[in-house]
Design a protein around this ligand. Sequence first.
Ligand code: SF4
Length: 366
Amino acid sequence: MQFPWSLIKAMTWHALKCRLTGRRRAPIVLMLEPLFACNLRCEGCGRIREYHHVMDQRLSVEECLASAQECDAPIVSICGGEPLLYPELDRLVNGLIAQGRHIYLCTNALLVDRWIDRLPRSSRLTWNIHLDGMEATHDAITQRPGTFQTVIQNIRRLKADGRRVTTNTTIYAQTDMDEILVLLDYLSELRIDGMLLSPAYPYPVVNGQPQRLPTINGQAQLPGRARELGKDHQVASQLFLTRCEVHAKFAAIRKRLEGYRLLNSPLYLDFLCGKREIPCAAWACPTRNICGWKSPCYLLTDTHYPTFAEWQEKTPWHQLGPAQDPRCHDCLVHYGFETGAVVGGDLSLCEGLALVRWQLASPRAA
Ligand code: SF4
């Protein structure tokens, strides 16, 4: 699989267009959740808990495409829920490609068979596969034996078929960082096109923290929600890391991460080690789901707005981030801060060059 130059071109064009038109806070990645249904029940998943009341609903293809047009981000991450359960995924993917967007299809890869022959072989489509460790770890987190072997088999199949494949690995409190290096070596042997590491975020909904009652366009939802949160949420809360624990875990392997084909930028990795600050740029990654445009971010829910314009205008951006909102204190996730590293605006020349080098590098897995 070739380096995705069209993605770099699209990002550059997007940045230029925003600068020329004076568009502020232009989104970069649309997190599109066409459905919440999933064929797994992973420990630590906030979605299956927060949105259990709309598990049987989904956005239409037309609603998805209109949302992509509305916010006009160059990249669309199709997530959920499990997107391979979405019955019109081929129509959705083809429609987004026709709009000129790049797609990250975020999947647990259990249903690759169902779609491999129906989705286009395109440099604009990346299969982004969830994999949280080697066999025993991944099967424990997904709570289903055999998941790891199926995922690996399907990665091999996708790669043999010439698809662009990346992985997404969440680091939990119990994660052994040496095992993560073993996983990265293994994925490199499979010639994966990129690997992403991100620390788990302690979702208020699974972490037993106080939170505001979510609303849809100002109307309170789920009055019985607190009662519905079950015992499994307490179990999930043991998975999460504090900010200091994230720093310690990543600092322990930072040097040994050099040379892997990571999707994490070097600036974000330094941030994870506690070596630099990055502002949260949640505004760059809007989330659209069945309830509307999720505010304030992919992780926190105060309300859902009916339009992207309202989401952008009414979300109190200046009140968010670790120094402003206590719910953000232990958040270091890729979603808010990787984009913050790129669009934060205070990069030195050295840091800018490091980013360019990272973009162009094709180590080990090349
Ligand atoms: S720091 Fe940003 S991405 Fe993280 S929870 Fe807060 S608003 Fe969301």
